[in-house]
Design a protein around this ligand. Structure first.
Ligand code: NAD
Length: 497
């Protein structure tokens, strides 16, 4: 059985502790490897390595740091197939989707390659007579990232390329369900010339996370995962005086206006609700049908949900792969039962499918609920599976109201041909990422990713300029070079003369 260890100080290190966790191939249901779960002492060793490496890395010119990232980009491109297959095998995504998610991570590396430009500060000559002032952005020190199972490469790559480009050292704690990609990426960075100890991967669970949070040597924590854990990380990191960004769960709505291009809306919803088996934080799990469009929308969705091609991600004709674990599969199926009991109308029930040759895999088909009410559990909670709920509302105002009242505010979309409605929607909606006739409005690497409300705790979104701001602190220097003693002691507040 393959054992997945840690990556510390530029090399794979075996764990001291004998605790492991099973890593599955969700398509077959088989255990494909065991991952070491680091204890607190092992985590502290990684923190020490990152802290010792910080000074030399922070003083490495940004241009040199960028050159390593350019090389890293080349290596990701070279090994893109291996990385993609690793995502397919550990997560279950279909091949093209896995490759797409990796590409979105690669785009963050491309953004980070511009670090010499991105770190340029501001300068004002003569803020006072013969006095100049300028600002610089300096790295924080050791930063840590804790990532979820659903994007084994992309979410870690939202974090570490920018953190290290800014001159920080980094400790990544990937999800114990999908550890291999992070190990491969760390190895590729070493091959690209990254000095040992700048990026370290510590596998494990809560013990690693708590050690990172409690360590005085760790300066910032980036987290992506479910809302209860995000809140825990946010509160505890703040208690330990750390900078923190903690992205949580979601329930994303897609508003379909009566004037929408119905085919576009249906196709958009199909990919957004069922792509990656609904295990995306930007998955659209609620379709809000406005006015008289509901019947046509549900009819069109029904045909397509019934035709979904389900199977292992290695088969390129497949549209939807398995869920991540047996436990998660059960949880999603339980939600389908709850929805039925709550009185929602189950239009398509894919919860019990069997695939020949993959009987032990964690598969289910697409489910479609109609007449879902905002009081229902299946409306309020994140299901994180291939279950789409249709909520019928009378008008645009009601659509805005229910979305703004929801506890989550990650992503949202509107399908309409009316520019006025779209503009009003994007202005008034209390959600961090908005799509207009775009089903999954994930911002590109040079913009920033983040939700509102209980989808993000903290002030900064991920990547783009928000990432640069998160991983640096601002220093403003005011200077003059007097040729002789000009002033006597001055006890008043200096003002410009
Ligand atoms: P999770 O919260 O269970 O785990 C995320 C990370 O936290 C993992 O590394 C895990 O080991 C660690 N962890 C779990 N429990 C912990 C605890 N009690 N204390 C400390 N650390 C703990 O999330 P998941 O199931 O891996 O991922 C799915 C969730 O992530 C969904 O809710 C999804 O919406 C969310 N997500 C959000 C975004 C976003 O950008 N907002 C992106 C991707 C996923």
């Amino acid at each position: 059985m393959q054992i997945i260890n840690h990556y510390i100080n530029g090399t794979v290190l075996e764990g001291d502790s004998c605790k492991t966790s099973d890593v599955y191939n969700p398509a077959t249901g088989e255990v494909s490897a065991k991952v070491c779960l680091a204890n607190s002492n092992e985590t502290k060793k990684a923190i020490d390595v990152a802290a010792k490496t910080f000074q030399s890395w922070a003083t490495t010119p940004p241009l040199q740091r960028a050159r390593i990232l350019f090389k890293f980009k080349e290596l990701i491109e070279k090994y893109i197939d291996d990385l993609t297959m690793t995502i397919v095998q550990e997560h279950g995504k279909v091949y093209d989707d896995a490759k797409g998610s990796l590409t979105r991570g690669l785009e963050v590396v491309e953004f980070a390659c511009g670090i010499p430009h991105l770190l340029k500060g501001e300068f004002t000559e003569n803020v006072g007579r013969d006095v100049d002032s300028w600002s610089v952005r300096q790295p924080l020190g050791v930063c840590a990232g804790i990532t979820p199972f659903n994007f084994p490469a992309m979410v870690p790559m939202w974090m570490f390329p920018i953190a290290i480009a800014c001159g920080n050292t980094f400790i990544l704690k990937p999800s114990e369900k999908v550890p291999s990609c992070s190990m491969m990426l760390a190895d590729l960075l070493t091959k690209a010339g990254l000095p040992k100890g700048v990026l370290n991967v510590v596998n494990g669970g809560k013990e690693v996370v708590d050690t990172l949070i409690e360590s005085k040597s760790v300066n910032a924590i980036s987290f992506v995962g479910s809302t209860p854990v995000a809140k825990y990380i946010y509160e505890n990191s703040a208690k330990h005086e750390k900078r923190v960004q903690a992205l949580g769960g979601a329930k994303n709505h897609c508003v379909v206006m009566p004037d929408a291009d119905l085919n576009q809306a249906i196709n958009g919803l199909m990919g957004a609700a069922y792509g990656s088996a609904g295990e995306r934080c930007m998955a659209q799990s609620v379709a809000v049908a406005v006015g008289g469009i509901a019947d046509k929308l549900v009819y069109g969705l029904k045909q397509k949900v019934e035709e979904l091609k389900i199977g292992p991600g290695t088969d390129k004709s497949i549209e939807m792969g398995p869920l991540i674990t047996k436990e998660h599969l059960k949880k999603v199926k339980d939600y389908v039962e709850v929805g039925k009991k709550e009185g929602a109308k189950l239009i398509v029930d894919g919860s019990e499918i069997k695939l020949q040759g993959y009987e032990q895999g964690f598969f289910m088909g697409g489910c479609l609920f109609d007449h879902v009410k905002t009081s229902m559990k299946i409306y309020n909670e994140e299901i994180f599976g291939p279950v789409l709920s249709v909520v019928r509302v009378k008008d645009f105002e009601e659509a805005i109201k229910i979305i703004n009242n929801h506890e989550y505010g990650n992503g949202v979309s509107i399908f309409t041909r009316d520019g006025d409605a779209a503009r009003s929607f994007s202005t008034r909606i209390k959600v961090g990422m908005v799509g207009i006739n775009i089903p999954i409005p994930v911002p590109m690497a040079f913009h920033s990713f983040g939700g509102w409300k209980r989808s993000l705790f903290g002030d900064h979104h991920m990547h783009g300029m928000e990432g640069i701001r998160f991983y640096t602190k601002l220093k403003t220097i005011t200077s003059r070079w007097p040729t002789g003693l000009r002033d006597n002691n001055n006890f008043t507040m200096p003002t410009m003369k």
